[in-house]
Design a protein around this ligand. Structure first.
Ligand code: SF4
Length: 337
């Protein structure tokens, strides 16, 4: 049964809501749920931006499910892992993850505009941010400079577009100046979750002499609001190549129509669907799980009647740092992607 909101829409809010009390005051959750949701918020960060709040019609609709806390998050299953993608063993210096020979991640901060209830880094991300200190950032950039086998630098986090434009420009500029770095990539939720952050100054920070791929995370067509569309237009006009990254999530997009709608919405907004991820087994995320066999069936159903442009690779992250692999190949020997 759906959970109706205790407010009439629209009900604009001026700033991100970060507590159960604030969500209840905005009518996004029922007041009687505040004590249990406060326990969830004490364990995993909560943030719902005004842009996201405006998209939530029901607490358990495809937008509400992604962002509103739920008491089910307090139950951790035995197969759920604090660090499901095993970043830690692949961290040569603070803030860097080096899992594949030709590319490495830089995590300059661990804050996000919103905190997704299925996040694979939910044990690490939060508003208190985990911003790299100056010495840590310098050590990370020095590591990129001396690791000459790299071809791609990937900024992730947290959400790198939460950095000030000045700091972001400085980091990107230093990485782009390295002769062996050919391409840069940023993973972000900002264009859909907080599109007003895509200011002229932020767009200017992304102007580089080297190709910049911007991986936009979105899981449902309704996340592509008018404001998100305008933000994506600005980013595209600035020269960034826009790619889409999604997670297959029960109740959010685990249906043919929902997936088709999502991928078509991406294309309409100049975003090429790139990866559809099988959910990583992060703690308290069981309610979002979809059987991989069902995921394969959904993608097969789209083949043939949906443009190849609208078909991402369906991938799973193998446990214990085994890397990313097409779901079809899971359990078989083969190259990671
Ligand atoms: S934006 Fe990404 S890193 Fe941040 S909470 Fe969502 S999934 Fe996690």
């Amino acid at each position: 049964m759906s959970r109706p909101l205790s407010r009439a829409l629209p009900h604009p809010v001026a700033r991100p809501m970060r507590s159960a009390e604030e969500l209840a005051a905005a009518g996004l959750v029922a007041p009687e749920r505040v004590p249990e949701l406060a326990r969830v918020a004490a364990r995993y960060a909560v943030s719902v931006t005004p842009a996201v709040a405006a998209l939530i019609a029901q607490a358990d609709d495809p937008i509400g499910l992604q962002y509103l806390p739920d008491a089910a998050e307090l139950a951790t299953r035995p197969d759920e892992l604090d660090d499901p993608t095993a970043d830690e063993p692949f961290t040569p210096v603070t803030g860097v993850v080096h899992r594949y020979p030709d590319r490495a991640l830089l995590k300059p901060l661990l804050a996000c505009p919103v905190y997704c209830r299925f996040c694979f880094r939910r044990e690490a991300v939060g508003p208190d941010g985990g911003v790299l200190t100056e010495p840590e950032l310098e050590a990370a950039l020095a590591w990129f400079a001396r690791t000459t086998g790299l071809r791609e630098a990937i900024l992730t986090g947290g959400d790198p577009l939460m950095l000030s434009p000045r700091r972001l420009a400085r980091i990107l500029g230093r990485l782009a100046a390295l002769p062996h770095i050919e391409t840069l990539r940023i993973h972000t939720r900002v264009p859909v979750a907080d599109p007003d952050r895509v200011t002229e100054a932020l767009v200017a920070a992304l102007a580089l002499d080297k190709p910049l791929y911007l991986c936009v995370h979105a899981n449902h067509a309704r996340e592509f609001s008018d404001a998100a569309g305008a933000a994506l237009r600005r980013l595209h006009a600035a020269g960034a190549v826009l790619l889409g990254q999604s997670v297959l999530l029960a109740g959010v997009n685990d249906g043919e129509a929902a997936l088709e709608g999502l991928f078509r919405a991406m294309l309409r907004h100049r975003v090429k669907p790139y990866y559809l991820h099988q959910l990583d087994p992060a703690p308290g995320t069981a309610r979002f799980r979809v059987d991989p066999a069902r995921g394969l069936a959904l993608l097969r159903a789209l083949r043939g009647r949906v443009s190849g442009l609208a078909q991402p690779a369906y991938v799973v992250e193998l446990p214990h740092g085994g890397g990313k692999r097409p779901v079809e190949w899971a359990g078989q020997p083969g190259a990671v992607v």
